[in-house]
Design a protein around this ligand. Structure first.
Ligand code: CO
Length: 142
């Protein structure tokens, strides 16, 4: 198994503008990009906090995965994302190691990056996202 680097932390919020403002004022974050991923039902802000990345997500509608997450648990930590060079290879390795794949096939995430999620039940309670960065990230989001 290849050791994986952390790519970003996902934080679910109800008010995206307020959360971006909070991270800018409190932690010196810089908003790198904002987008709406309609098929995932989220408005997303990609932040850089020093050399680290943070993804703030607010639901487009209550009846979406992040909308249901907020209704059940309130705002908070949502997922941890790891950076991989080849997402299909990483999914096969995770599968072989016992991961319960939510996405057996990668899908398009922020910036068109290929992503796939692993069920929290198979990772001791934490939702995990794999992000394919195609041989090395430049420190930014894309
Ligand atoms: Co993410």
């Amino acid at each position: 198994v290849h050791p994986l680097d952390l790519h970003h932390i996902g934080h679910a919020v109800s008010d995206l503008d307020a959360a971006v403002d909070l991270y800018e004022r409190m932690f010196g974050a810089v908003c790198d990009d904002r987008a709406t991923l309609a098929e995932q039902g989220v408005h997303v802000a990609a932040l850089l906090v020093g050399a680290s990345r943070l993804e703030l997500m607010a639901p487009t509608e209550p009846d979406t995965p992040v909308g249901r997450f907020l209704a059940k648990r309130g705002p908070g930590m949502h997922h941890v994302a790891y950076e991989v060079g080849d997402i299909r290879e990483a999914l096969a390795e995770a599968d072989a190691a016992g991961a319960q794949l939510i996405d057996p096939e990668p899908r398009s995430g922020l910036h068109g990056l290929q992503v796939a999620f692993i069920h929290p039940e198979s990772v001791a309670g934490v939702l995990v996202e794999l992000v394919e960065t195609r041989g090395g990230s430049d420190g930014g989001w894309s």
